[in-house]
Design a protein around this ligand. Structure first.
Ligand code: CU
Ligand code: ZN
Length: 487
């Protein structure tokens, strides 16, 4: 038994409480996984961290993760070492639960770590998370695509009344287990087969449980504005908050459209509909290569980079133009060839304009979501490793898109409030002790498209529920994460 007042004491740093208030010098005292004192602290700690010259912030919340399987036993180094202490999974309508006799198409991507499902319902998956020893905290969205695949397979049609009530029951079961809301991915099959009405019906179930609707909207290119309007209509029809995932304008003819989409969002907010969004700080997107299967001719072969495959590793890190040359095929045929050999291939797409990225990222309603895809092989999009440090180093310190306290608000209190995580995202007495200690002068992302598996610089300590998970820049053995249920 220790005589000391605190398990852990962080001394001498500048505390940013996460609310957007400027930093102020203070010590932080932690006991039993909870912040019990903030200010000028006299007592002693079993361990004291000297944070002189450093910034102290609430642990970062990644509102858009695809670590649905990676969290189960994975080291999660790529998240912890960028200061993320909470991951929200089940995004883009994709996930590993609920499931019938097999996983939804595309779910193997997020099952990269080779986890074997032991669950069928969403609540059972959450129980498995709860039983696992987690490196960081996890919150879950019920993915519409998995629900639809379980009940309707890949049928491109409206559900029958019976199927509709089965899907409603699946969503209700997940929400009762403590899911944070419902997600959709309306460009991916089978989610794309759903009409607005189906989603409103399912979103009503999430609404009844106090959840949120998060969407990879139906179109991020020429149909961007209609797709944003659909997401808003779903929120209005079902009566719940809407969150637009990785908001962007994709493809050169659509650059600049985020100006109109944000105007639309602001107008509808003034009319009482609660809408927010997230973004990652890069001009390249990343998803399955099969997203371009329908029109492989449409993409610029120099702007598409194959990131991760299962076997033909010679494709990894090469553009479609380079692969076409290698295979001596026209680019569109090269895409078809890669897809026939590697149907699960993940690619990086250079489709955004920097001005749109800055407009979205800089907006007060925008939080940060990495959208990282944790593949075991290849060269994943660097956002998997670098997102949060890049926002703080490049967009905050270098580009001065926002002050540090605002950058931190986007990663902490804003998402915590939005996703119903009431004891997270802030430094204050009684809050869970999720904390990042970093050097505001040196923090930066190091991961690049060529060398994505690089941890950021400048992050000294990461505390998860009071345990030191990153110590002097190195990950420890601590696995103090918890399943977070909607509060
Ligand atoms: Cu996503
Ligand atoms: Zn998405």
């Amino acid at each position: 038994m220790s005589e000391n007042a605190y398990d852990l004491l962080i001394r001498g740093g500048t505390v940013y409480d996460g609310t957007g208030s400027p930093g102020a010098p203070a010590d932080v005292g932690i006991r039993d996984g909870v912040i019990v004192a903030v200010g000028d602290i006299d007592g002693a700690g079993n361990r004291t961290i000297d944070a002189g010259g450093m910034s102290i912030a609430p642990g970062f919340i990644d509102v858009h993760a695809h670590d649905d399987a990676a969290i189960l036993g994975g080291s999660m180094d790529f998240k912890l070492l960028q200061g993320v202490t909470t991951d929200i999974v089940g995004n883009c309508g994709a996930g590993v639960a609920p499931m019938g006799d097999r996983l939804m198409p595309g779910a193997e991507l997020v099952l990269g770590s080779g986890v074997a499902p032991t669950w069928s319902s969403f609540g059972e998956y959450m129980e498995e998370i709860d039983r696992s020893s987690l490196a960081l905290n996890v919150g879950c969205l019920v993915p519409h695509g998995a629900v639809r695949f379980r009940r309707m397979g890949m049928d491109a049609r409206a559900p029958t009344d019976g199927e509709m009530s089965e899907m409603r029951a699946d969503v209700a079961e997940g929400m009762e287990a403590g899911a944070l809301g419902l997600s959709t991915g309306l460009i991916y099959p089978p989610g794309t087969f759903a009409k607005t009405r189906e989603i409103i019906e399912l979103a009503r179930v999430a609404a009844a449980a106090g959840g949120i609707y998060a969407s990879h909207i139906r179109n991020e290119a020429d149909g961007l504005l209609d797709a944003v309007a659909e997401a808003i209509a779903i929120g209005g029809g079902a009566g719940l908050p809407v969150h637009i995932s990785h908001h962007k304008a994709s493809g050169q003819p659509n650059w600049g459209k985020t100006k109109e989409s944000i105007e639309l969002i602001e107008t509808r907010r003034d009319q009482g509909i609660d809408i927010t969004f997230d973004a990652y700080p890069y001009v390249a997107a990343s998803t399955v290569l099969s997203a371009m299967a329908r029109r492989p001719e449409a993409a610029d072969p120099d702007s598409v980079l194959v990131a991760s495959v299962r076997e033909k590793h010679e494709y990894e890190g090469k553009t479609i133009a380079q692969i076409a040359e290698m295979l001596d095929l026209p680019p569109a045929d090269a895409v078809r060839r890669v897809l026939s050999e590697e149907p699960q291939a993940i690619a990086v797409f250079f489709v955004m304009d920097e001005a749109d990225v800055r407009r979205v990222l800089g907006h007060r309603l925008c939080m940060i979501g990495s959208d990282g895809i944790p593949s075991a092989t290849g060269k994943p999009h660097p956002r998997l490793y670098g997102t949060f440090a890049r926002v703080l180093g490049t967009y905050c310190r270098t580009e001065r898109l926002f002050p540090l306290e605002e950058a931190l608000r986007k990663m902490t209190s804003l998402p915590a409030k939005r996703f119903g995580l009431s004891d997270r995202g802030a430094i204050g007495e009684g809050k869970a002790a999720d904390i990042v200690v970093f050097d505001p002068e040196t923090i930066e992302d190091v991961a690049t498209y060529e060398e994505p598996r690089k941890h950021p610089a400048g992050i000294q300590y990461v505390i998860v529920n009071g345990q030191v998970a990153v110590d002097e820049g190195r990950q420890t053995e601590a696995r103090a994460g918890e399943l977070l249920r909607r509060s």
